[in-house]
Write a protein that binds this ligand. Structure first.
Ligand SMILES: *Cc1c(COP(=O)(O)O)cnc(C)c1O
Length: 464
């Protein structure tokens, strides 16, 4: 038996690829042209000719290389990346073990289709998901390509298992851009506007948003449950889909006890409760899954964004009896569980263990919240600082209303993020009212880079 592809030469070229961005992209902010620079401006002209206007870009600087927590554009500008491609490159851009695993898998085989001829990498990812998702019971998984596809499959599986039709979600939720998930989002614009008819049987229940509703977990859960019982009826409800920390909605952290109370009600009523951990999972919050912070053990867990270091991969994982209720052939898809993406995902799980990345998430939370608290004390527009791990947000309010009317200040959010971009800090916005700045960096973000980014944000607030 000869191992013709995993030659030392193939392995050497794999690590060369791994080291290229690592060698050139220093972990520092550096602005050397106007933003966007001349090469980005040229690319933007070409893009406007051929790329649909329906696809937007927050900051039209075109990226050439990325490593760790830094993005480098075609003009040589370097940005501190506080967005990580919306929580995807959680363990850092071009993390060497991910680059090596993916590169080496490309040299073995790139595709067979698991539903035709399977391979070990898919099984290994399912094993790792079973091990690291919340709950001590037998779990199974299906792998697909995107977050929205994970939501779609979670709903399909819950409907099949329960024989029921209705789907419930929470206010301020975001679940994707496919037909079903458009109907599951809270905000119509821009995600659903003009794209109807939307899927039916989707119900939007009140959520827990302590900064605004002032409710404790028990009272917020009672309000959600009352809605589900009255408006939907438990006997028709297949599933309740919940982000443990809402992402696009603005990183709302629910009140203590809220999520376990909903799970208890779902279990008692035969409703499948699904954690959409697409943004909050995979070591993002200082735990493998954010549900753990709330003592919540969901029936099904959806994973996507951070799972494969930037390659497209997603999963539905959960109770074996629920996952096995689908008939053979009912789940899957051509690219689902692609071997290169699976190899990268295995490397991500290993990096989380080997590099103690849960602790890095906790470090980032501590440093960020301390710096943000200082900022909060020096201005009257930061209403609340909230979040866990490397998923922290500030909600901006009109001056002085932080403890009273809490009026949204979307204009400040827009100005601060624009100022930050001009000065080499990529900062994402969020929030139903557009008044949240979210910090969703990779776990490679050092304390020095956090301090540097916060000094820019401080300047941006002074410049308002
Ligand atoms: C991003 C996201 C989705 C959709 O994932 P895609 O990969 O963009 O389809 C769904 N739910 C949550 C919570 C998300 O953050």
């Amino acid at each position: 038996m000869t191992d013709t592809l995993a030659t030392p030469a193939a392995q050497a070229s794999a690590s060369t690829a791994a080291s290229s961005a690592a060698a050139t992209v220093t972990q520092e902010r550096r602005i050397v042209t106007a933003i966007p620079g001349p090469k980005s401006v040229e690319l933007q002209k070409r893009r406007l000719e051929t790329v649909s206007d329906g696809v937007s870009s927050m900051l039209p600087v075109y990226i050439e290389q990325a490593h760790g927590a830094i993005l480098r554009d075609v003009d040589g500008n370097q940005f501190i990346d506080l967005g990580a491609g919306i929580g995807v490159t959680t363990i850092g851009h071009t993390e060497s073990s991910v680059v090596d695993a993916a590169t080496s898998q490309v040299g073995q085989f790139i595709h067979t289709l698991f539903t035709i001829t399977p391979y070990e990498e898919y099984i290994r990812v399912a094993e790792l998901l079973a091990e690291h998702t919340p709950g001590d019971f037998k779990k199974k998984s299906v792998l697909i390509n995107s977050g929205a596809e994970a939501v779609e499959n979670g709903v399909k599986i819950a409907r099949k298992y329960t024989g029921r039709r209705a789907v419930a979600v929470l206010d301020h939720a975001y679940h994707g851009r496919t037909n079903l998930t458009m109907a599951m989002n809270y905000k119509a614009a821009p995600y659903a506007t003009g794209y109807g008819p939307l899927a039916g049987d989707v119900y939007h229940a009140p959520s827990s948003y302590p900064y605004h509703d002032g409710l404790n977990g028990a009272d917020a859960a009672a309000r959600t449950i009352a809605y589900l019982e009255k408006v939907v009826g438990a006997s028709d409800l297949a599933c309740l889909v919940v982000e443990p920390i809402q992402g696009e909605g603005g990183f709302m952290v629910p009140a203590d006890g809220y999520l376990p109370a909903l799970q208890e009600w779902c279990t008692a009523n035969g409703v499948v409760m699904i954690a959409d951990e697409i943004q909050s999972g995979m070591a993002r919050t200082g735990a493998y899954y954010a549900s753990e912070h709330f003592g919540w053990v969901p029936d099904l867990v959806l994973t996507a964004k951070g799972i494969a270091g930037g390659l497209p991969l997603a999963a539905v994982t959960g109770r074996a009896e629920i996952m096995d209720s689908s008939q053979p052939g009912g789940l899957g898809g051509t690219f689902g569980g692609n071997p290169v993406a699976c190899a990268a995902a295995i490397a991500v799980f290993e990096a989380i263990e080997n590099n103690d990345l849960l602790a890095e998430g906790q470090r980032i939370e501590k440093t960020l919240k301390a710096g943000l608290t200082e900022l909060q004390n020096s201005t009257d527009i930061i209403g609340e600082i909230r979040g866990h791990g490397a998923m922290v947000a500030i909600e901006l309010v009109q001056p002085g209303t932080g403890n009273t009317t809490k009026e949204p200040n979307a204009a400040a959010v827009a100005s601060i993020s624009a100022y930050a971009a001009q000065h080499g800090v990529l900062l994402l916005t969020a929030g139903t009212y557009g008044n949240v700045l979210r910090f969703l960096p990779s776990l490679a973000l050092t304390d020095d880079l956090i301090a540097d980014a916060l000094s820019v944000i401080d300047d941006a607030i002074r410049a308002l």
